[in-house]
Design a protein around this ligand. Structure first.
Ligand code: ADP
Length: 465
């Protein structure tokens, strides 16, 4: 079975969030079941000298225009990965947009990507294309429209991002007017890429069982709940995992001191060094951390509302985040007023590992969370997650049950519930024995993609049968 796994970002090449982590670790975990090949765009910020130029060359025609495609390759990490280079797709400084918003031509950029994926799939003679999120959502449409003998799986990592564009995109993408219909791509007078993935794929998956149930409801469906409900027979929730090799405190070269559940004193040494590095005082205080995109989804409104009361507790709080200027501006006055709060803006992979290693608690007050990887990474580094019980967080973090992961959980996204959860976390920290037991328990949990990869493989077999 040959599977072409396509995503707009893959860890090691380009990453803005969890999609890249999954784009790396899921195909890796599937290698033992299927012949996996990956494909992503080649972006301008990638170093051409690290990739080989492929002999494969073709062009794709969208709306009467020929777009030349060249391909780069890499065989690092046991998986052959192809990188689609087209001048329009690849010229931008970032993947999707900059501080002033999303790039206006993302429709055509990712339309080219989708058309190129289908062409590549034919050249490589794959049985299945596994598409991920809106950037690849036109693939199932292009496959069905051309009546190709390729099956498609479409995974929704975050329903909030749908790829919605003005109607005139249709012509530019060479998509016929008959697809501008409520039952296909039309979405309140515009076109919606994600709808194409939902409607034309052979199976849809999303990244946790709870999120699969949530997205067919008005509260979490982002306007697509009706459509998803109509397609519920082919919708499956499969929990994400993380790569145990990348996220391993025992071997992680980003840390000052490597450690295991048996050598937690070394975790504490990491904490002391990190506090010194960022200028926070008193390593005896519990250190709360948050590593996140700075967006509404992650619960920043709730956090900001609760921040004064939280920072009056005997805690340190370190936040590494990048994204919205509005939230950054709203958080800055707190960082100026409270000496126990450090706000670091930016994206830094290695530094994030040091923060995971140093923390006592990870805050995740997300309003919705398709799966969430932060809680798994934190648990692996012995940092206890404190989460709002929603989506994948309610599938993976438990306060009462002794199942992976153990943490502190609140069920209503209110200031009162969050502050009470913080109080419970502080109380837990004082119960030294229990606190350390939970840390060790979490560090020994299996977060790998092994089990979930098997579920994907079963689904691959099902769509092929
Ligand atoms: P999402 O994909 O919604 O951003 P996930 O929890 O699925 O959230 O995955 C987030 C991933 O991105 C994790 O690997 C996390 O450590 C990483 N990450 C998020 N923000 C930053 C940042 N500012 N710097 C470094 N890594 C970050």
């Amino acid at each position: 079975m040959r599977v072409l796994f396509c995503a707009s970002e893959i860890f090691g090449h380009a990453k803005s969030g969890g999609l890249a982590d999954v784009g790396y670790s899921l195909p890796q975990a599937l290698i033992e079941h299927a012949q996996m090949i990956s494909v992503m765009p080649f972006y301008a910020f990638m170093d051409k000298t690290l990739y080989q130029k492929s002999d494969i060359k073709f062009s794709v025609n969208l709306g009467g225009i020929e777009y030349k495609i060249s391909i780069y390759e890499s065989t690092a990490d046991n998986i052959k990965t192809y990188f689609i280079y087209s001048s329009i797709l690849s010229y931008t400084e970032h993947m999707y947009g900059d501080k002033s918003g999303e790039y206006a031509n993302n429709d055509i950029r990712f339309g080219i990507f989708c058309a190129a994926i289908v062409e590549l799939a034919l050249i490589l003679k794959v049985d299945i294309i596994h598409a991920n999120d809106w950037h690849t959502a036109l693939v199932p449409l292009f496959v069905k429209r051309a009546n190709l003998a390729i099956k498609t799986i479409f995974t929704i990592h975050n329903l909030a991002y749908q790829g919605v564009f003005e109607k005139n995109s249709l012509g530019r993408l060479g998509i016929e007017e008959c697809y501008f219909h409520m039952d296909t791509l039309e979405f309140y007078g515009k076109i919606n890429f994600l709808k194409a993935g939902i409607i034309f794929s052979d199976a849809i998956t999303t990244v946790s069982p709870t999120y699969a149930k949530e997205i067919v409801t008005e509260e979490f469906g982002c306007g697509l709940e009706g459509l998803l409900y109509a397609h519920r027979d082919k919708l499956f929730g499969i929990l994400n995992g993380i790569d145990n090799t990348i996220f391993n405190p025992e071997t992680d070269s980003a840390l000052w001191h490597n450690y295991t559940a048996q050598t937690l004193q070394k975790k504490y040494e990491n904490k002391k060094l990190l506090l010194r590095e960022v200028g926070l005082k008193d390593d005896k205080k519990p250190l709360f951390i948050m590593i996140s995109r700075l967006v509404h989804q992650k619960g920043f409104d709730l956090l900001i509302e609760s921040l004064s009361a939280f920072l009056k507790e005997d805690v340190n709080f370190l936040l590494l985040a990048n994204g919205s200027d509005i939230y950054e501006k709203a958080l800055e006055p707190f960082a100026a007023e409270y000496k126990n709060f450090k706000l670091l803006s930016g994206y830094d992979e290695a530094f994030s590992h040091r923060i995971y290693a140093a923390g006592d608690f990870l805050l995740m007050p997300s309003l919705f969370e398709p799966c969430g990887l932060n809680q798994m990474i934190a648990a692996r580094y012995g940092t206890i997650p404190l989460v709002h019980s929603v989506g994948g967080l309610s599938d993976s973090v438990h306060e009462k049950k002794k199942t992976c992961i153990r943490g502190v959980v609140f069920s209503k996204p209110t200031k009162k519930a969050l502050l009470l959860a913080i109080k419970r976390a502080l109380k837990l920290r004082e119960e030294k024995k229990k606190f350390n037991e939970i840390i060790s328990f979490n560090m020994n949990c299996d977060f790998s993609f092994k089990k979930s990869a098997l579920a994907y493989y079963e689904l691959y077999k099902k769509v092929l049968s």
